[in-house]
Write a protein that binds this ligand. Structure first.
Ligand code: AMP
Length: 249
């Protein structure tokens, strides 16, 4: 079985996000970039399927600028077998990425595609769903557990107020939630070995995909500053403030 995972290069989750001076986007110049955390979970799940003897090959794909090769290298150092970069300097939108992934699925014929539930930069939560629609494949989103059977997959999904298990026909698209697994760190020997693993560099045009933006961002602003809190003396005062100041009870 072949598994394809999406790995997006995003601003590192530890970085304090700043809006750029013309309020059109988040500042990315001189900012630490890393693999989207949900994609680390996707890579980890793919590696575990390999270790369990269920998957034979794990391919890490990124759509983005040249530097996304570093993100692919991280996936290779964790344990992916090879990488594919679809290189573009145009900021990627979920539909464009889904179309690139569709073109790669047609080339590579994976049985399972694992993406993150969302990229922490745009928080779109769209790419997996759009890809499933474009392919006409089943989808198991917000996955916290996968059980592979014969040509089928049981996906436990994190939903409001509990868990839902769906039984899907493969090939399928899975998107990862936080509790699916805890991604491993790449060891130094594996980082060295990853340098020799192949990364194919393709272009959206080469795949016949138009990635020009369909959306325009009107304005990006910082959230309003939170006001300082106050210490209350006792429960009665807390209830009074909740009732008469905050008016929430
Ligand atoms: P989004 O729909 O933008 O929130 O992204 C959901 C998931 O789609 C991410 O966690 C990635 O697995 C995948 N994805 C989105 N954009 C890219 C990209 N440019 N390159 C590779 N994978 C991506």
């Amino acid at each position: 079985m072949k598994v394809l995972v999406g790995v997006k290069r995003v601003v590192d989750y530890n970085v304090k996000i700043r809006v750029n001076s013309d309020q059109t986007a988040v500042e990315t110049a001189n900012v630490k970039m890393s693999m989207n955390p949900f994609d680390e979970i996707a890579v980890e799940e793919g590696i575990r399927l390999k270790e369990a003897g269920i998957a034979e090959e794990l391919i890490a794909v990124s759509v983005g600028p040249k530097q996304s090769q570093e993100t692919i290298r991280t996936a290779l150092a964790m344990g992916a077998d090879r990488g594919i970069l679809v290189e573009t300097d145009i900021p990627t939108e979920p539909l464009a990425v889904a179309k690139c992934l569709k073109a790669l699925i047609e080339k590579e014929s994976p049985d399972l595609v694992i993406l993150g539930k969302q990229a922490i930069d745009d928080d779109s939560n769209q790419t997996g769903q759009m890809l499933a629609a474009l392919m006409g494949w089943s989808q198991g989103t917000f996955a916290s557990k996968l059980e592979l059977g014969d040509g089928r997959i049981k996906v436990t999904r994190e939903i409001d107020g509990g868990l839902e298990t769906v039984d899907l026909k493969m090939p399928t698209i899975v998107t990862t939630d936080l509790r699916l697994n805890e991604p491993r760190y790449a060891s130094l020997p594996n980082i060295m070995k990853a340098k020799k693993k192949p990364i194919d560099v393709l272009t959206p045009e080469g795949l016949g995909v138009d990635v020009s933006p369909r959306l325009s961002v009107l304005k990006v602003v910082e959230p309003a500053k939170r006001q300082a809190g106050v210490m209350v003396e006792n429960v009665a005062q807390l209830v009074d403030k909740l009732r008469n100041e905050a008016k929430v009870i």
